[in-house]
Design a binder for this molecule. Structure first.
Ligand code: NAG
Ligand code: NAG
Length: 475
């Protein structure tokens, strides 16, 4: 894990040459002298902290990490101005938190109530120290990020918390970097979309309507126009009725396939992983020669928009040796079967379905089966800090449907290259793991870190929009 391949994508010398040169000389001289252990501290007397942080990142210095673990968490914190010292991660201290989050106390019908938790009629939140409401298994689980983020926030101030805390809940919204809206919208979409006569609208639609009314009347909303609000809408059809009204917010999504670009886009919103459904390959020593299937695909064929490419690929690949290409969902044949298949495969196909993303990618990562991604419009979680080309193969749709292209490409990957990608998959798999309690650099922490990296951009928007608000008498 120590040899992380993650690097910030900024150029080393963005400014004119002379500026750069002076800057580097200033930095490099003390740096060379004191690199061994106290380099960073010494340099910090010479230059302002934020500059050092970016230059150190640019010079691609290995970050010191006592446990030899991934450097990703530290690199991410470098990008944030409140970067706390290492020992402070063990306890959640709001004044040092990466992200301070205010959470609305929405009534249970918006969150744990959908899971059947009733509470005692008095409290809004379950006492998760005593019992954590159960999330059902099955396909709903893939969009369960709402549940994991909310649990993490609820537990963020526990004094005996062992999990790291990228995000800490604060009671006063004026102290917060962002405002979290704890609506389990994917679950609401899965469970409450049916209209039950005599009602004329579904509970899902009703909840969204209530939510918009609630939010737009809050002083937190009025202060920012919603720009610092976080709305989870991971299921592609969730928030269908409210998304236009809530478009200034930061959405947490699986992809942008069903959004207008002005409502959601990669600059404003966050892409989060699906929770994988098949088993993590624990202690995987199943290398190149042990995996007998060269290329694996299992998925639905009857897709609204993406079906045609799946059919074309099926026709191209059906005669190929050591290719498993089968239609049928996980539900039909069980996750055990798919787990066995993916754990025994070198490459796993991810073809755009009815939306650009699918949880197949995250199943492949958990299986350490090198993903072959055929989805021109896919957006990937935390891609600002994670280089997917180190462990995925991307193929343009245009190329993939050429006869022979895909198989030639895959057969040309050497055992050494494959093994490198396989090793990298084992290093990164934790970034895609949702769990409670959350662990260091798992999906929960990674998503919070991704949100934290957006805070300066949000603040810019909020400040610009409030230029005239203080002494405005026209309204
Ligand atoms: C994985 O390996 C560790 C350490 O060798 C062992 O303790 C653990 O039981 C193994 N887990 C599985 C599922 O094999
Ligand atoms: C389901 O599993 C059976 C038994 O392993 C297998 O023969 C069949 O092809 C699988 N079906 C699909 C759709 O993959």
């Amino acid at each position: 894990m120590a040899n992380s391949n993650i690097q910030p994508h900024r150029p080393v010398c963005p400014k004119p040459f002379f500026f750069c040169l002076t800057f580097l000389v200033l930095l490099v001289i003390p740096y060379l002298f004191f690199w061994v252990d106290s380099g960073i501290q010494v340099v910090s007397h010479v230059l302002p902290k934020k500059k050092i942080v970016s230059v150190i990142a640019n010079l691609n210095t290995p970050s010191r990490n006592h446990e030899g673990e991934s450097t990703l968490f530290k690199e991410s914190t470098f990008l944030h101005q409140h970067a706390p010292a290492e020992e402070e991660f063990t306890q959640c201290n709001p004044s040092n938190a990466l992200l301070k989050v205010f959470m609305y106390d929405l009534p249970p019908e918006f969150h744990f109530g959908i899971l059947g938790w009733n509470g005692d009629g008095k409290s809004v939140w379950p006492n998760i120290r005593a019992e954590v409401p159960h999330y059902p298994g099955g396909l709903n689980l893939q969009h369960s990020i709402d549940y994991w983020l909310t649990l993490d926030l609820l537990s963020s101030r526990f004094s005996d918390r062992s999990a790291p805390c990228s995000a800490v809940r604060v009671e006063d919204s004026r102290e917060a970097d962002v405002v979290f809206v704890p609506f389990f919208s994917s679950l609401s979409c899965n469970r409450h979309s049916k209209v039950n006569p005599p009602e004329t609208v579904s509970t899902n639609e009703l909840l969204q309507k209530k939510l918009v009314e609630f939010l737009t009347s809050q002083r937190e909303w009025k202060r920012s126009g919603g720009r610092d609000h976080i709305i989870m809408a991971h299921h592609p059809n969730s928030m269908l009725d409210a998304r236009m009204n809530l478009s200034p917010c930061m959405f947490i999504l699986s992809d942008f396939g069903r959004y207008f670009p002005h409502v959601a886009n990669v600059e404003k919103d966050i892409i989060a992983p699906y929770k994988h459904l098949i088993k993590t390959f624990v202690n995987d020593s199943f290398g190149f020669d042990d995996r007998s299937i060269l290329l694996y695909f299992q998925g639905g064929i009857h897709r609204k928009n993406g079906g045609s490419i799946r059919k074309q690929l099926f026709n191209l690949l059906k005669g190929e040796k050591s290719v498993h290409f089968a239609f049928g969902s996980l539900r039909e044949n069980g996750t055990d079967e798919a787990s066995r298949g993916m754990h025994s495969s070198k490459f796993c196909l991810n073809i755009a379905g009815d939306t650009p993303s699918s949880n197949r990618l995250f199943d492949a990562i958990a299986s350490h089966c090198v993903p072959v991604i055929i989805s021109d419009d896919i957006e990937l979680p935390y891609e600002d800090v994670l280089d997917y080309s180190k462990f995925c193969i991307f193929v343009r749709k245009f190329d993939a449907i050429k006869k022979g292209f895909l198989m030639t490409l895959i057969r040309s990957v050497s055992r050494e290259d494959w093994t490198q990608m396989w090793q990298r998959l084992k290093e990164v798999e934790g970034y895609f793991e949702f769990q409670y309690p959350s662990k260091k650099d798992d999906a929960v922490q990674m998503v919070w870190q991704a949100v934290a990296r957006r805070v300066p951009a949000i603040q810019l928007k909020v400040h610009r929009s409030s230029r005239f608000s203080r002494f405005d008498v026209s309204t």
